[in-house]
Structure formats: C-alpha cells, structure tokens
Design a protein around this ligand. Sequence first.
Ligand code: DHB
Length: 388
Amino acid sequence: MDRRLVLAAALGLAAAAALPARAQEVAKIGLILPMTGPFASTGKQIEAAVKLFQARNGDTAGGRKVQVILKDDGGTADVTKRLAQELIVNDKVVAIAGFGLTPLALAAAPLATQAKVPAIVMAAATSTVTEASPFVVRTSFTLAQVTVPMAEWAARDGIRKVVTLVSDYGPGIDAEKAFTEVFTKAGGTVENLRVPLRNPDFSPFLQRAADAKPDAVFVFTPSGVGAQFMKQFVERGLDKGGIRLISTGDVVDDDILNDMGDAALGVVSTHHYSAAHDSAENKAFVEAFRKAAGFRPNFMAVGGWDGMQALYAGLDATKGQGGQALVDAIKGTTWTSPRGLLTIDGATRDVVQSVYVRKVERKDGELWNVEFGSSPAVKDPVKAAKAP
Ligand code: DHB
C-alpha cells in the first residue's frame, strides 16, 4: 500500500479511538410486545407510537444512536422472559421496554434486577409491577389510580348499588378492590364478580349482574376485549334494562370504540388518556399518529410514546449511559404528554398524572370519550397508602 494511504488510515484510526467509546456504540432498546395473539392490539398500538416518536424526535439521545429491537412475545410470560434474557445477554440492550400485560412485566422484572438493566413498562398496570424490581419505571397507569375517581364520581352521581365485573387477574383485582373500598365508604353497596382473563364468556356473569338489579355495573377488561363485552352486554339486553354501564377507560378503548356502535353512547368511564383530550399536544399527536399508522391512538400508544420520552430524557441526562444511572436520571422527570402533565415519581418510579371522567359521545361521525371532569396529579393510591 502507498505509504501516504497507510498514514491516512492510521490517522483515521487514531481519530476514531479519540472519540468516547460509547458515542460509536448504538444504544439498543429491546421492545417486547404481544404482536400476535389475543392482545395483539396492544402491541400494534405501542409499536406505532414508538415509531412515530423516533420519526418526530430523531434517532439519537445522549449522543448515541438509538435502535429499537422489536420482539413478539405473543402475550406469553415464558416467552417474554426468554426474549428479555436474549436481548440483555446477546444484544446488550441499554433498556428493555414494552410489557403488554402484568404477568409479562412480572416475568421480566427479576432479569432487570439481576442485569441492572432498566425496564420501561409501557402497558402493564397492576400496582405491584413497580415493586417487582428497582429497575422498573412505568409510563402507563395503575388500575387503582383510575378506579378511585370512578367510584367517587358514581357515589356523587347518585348510584347506590353496583355489581363489579372484572377480568380475574392483577389489574382486575386492583380495580375491584379500589372501587369496592371507596364506594362502600361513600355508603354504597357492591357485589363482586370476576370473569376469566383468557377466552372470556361474559354471558353468565351478565345474567348474574342483571339478576342483582344494581343501579350500575362497573367493568374492567384489558385493552381490546371491551368490544366483545359490549356485544354480550347488548345481547343480554342490559343496555335496555335500566342498568348503567360504568368502567375504566380500558373497556371503551379508543382503538375499538367506533366498532361498538350506539350501545356505547353515554358510557361514563375514568382514565388517564382519551384521543379526544383537548390540548394542542394531543391534537398534533392524534393527527400525526393517524397519518402514520392509519388508525386512532389509544392509551397503549400514549404509554409507548411516553416510555420513549422517558428513555430519551434519561439518555440525554446520562450522556448515553444505561444501568442504575439511567433509572436514576428518569426518576422525578416531568413533561407534557398528549395526555397532559406527567411525572415519574422519584420514590416509586410510577407515573403521576391527571385522571379524567369521560362520556362516550358521537362527534363528526365518530365515537369519542369526551372528558368532562379531572383530578390532577393522581399517584398510585395503593403505594401512596403504604408511604411513610
Ligand atoms: C393490563 C393490560 C391491559 O390491556 C389493560 O388495559 C390494563 C392492564 C395488565 O395486564 O396489566
């Protein structure tokens, strides 16, 4: 080789070596979602939001290129665990993220602890998820957080007797407990029913609910399942029987609300996000999301969007460092999300946010959850009750 070329090559190498090692390294994020199976709508929403976030905010943070590696766990906890392990060991990810359901987040949490890799929970919403590892940060919500305002509203609105009907696992049990505690304290009476999470048939439970002749049925199902619930609610004639339907926003999910038809009109629910949220940030988010993805964003999409926001803010603060430094940098951060103001609680690593009371209305030919009340800066009440 020409001597000048050798010299140039050597100089090039020396220049590269002078760069901080990390700046040359891609910061990989392992995104584990149910892209197939009964909870695939959660994966579809979060994936679209993560893509939109990078399209709008660029693919570098803290001086490093950020590469998202998407893996499909099909909603099965054993698969989540194996994928988390592979992403940590083989891909050397700076963080794992996603987790469409509580059992999936709980399966990955011990690996986050062991490897000291942050786990950004964008969906799973049982209170205990953040306690499963000091490396868990949550950008979704907790069922207790959104259910307490529902029970308060129902009591204020003159509802006295309620049957609760929840999916029989972590978040459903949290919702049942929060509703029952607050509503009975306000003088109401409650009967509790639980329906299996997998392949649910709501009919026998709806019959029992109708027989109890309550003023209202309070429902929690995970995202995507509400359409089937609503169909059976109508088939059983409960919508015509004078029994009101109240729920968490998971049931009247913005992704499937339009398919529910008129039966959903008037349903009052509480949640942290509605696609109809009236703010400049949300209007821009919904418009860009619909354009890019071809469907309407729901609360899962916002959990994914804000998970990326947390990661980018953390990487910027640590100049691209992961591990304990990244979790510490995310603690206490605040930003304006499409849902409103959001803070990651410095003590619990859980999300503090407004919870809105909404009613399903038809506007411009579509069904929307129109907000008409709100409680600001709501913490997860389960952990708040335990705090010293
Ligand atoms: C969980 C899943 C959901 O789809 C939802 O809407 C709420 C909670 C969960 O498994 O934690």
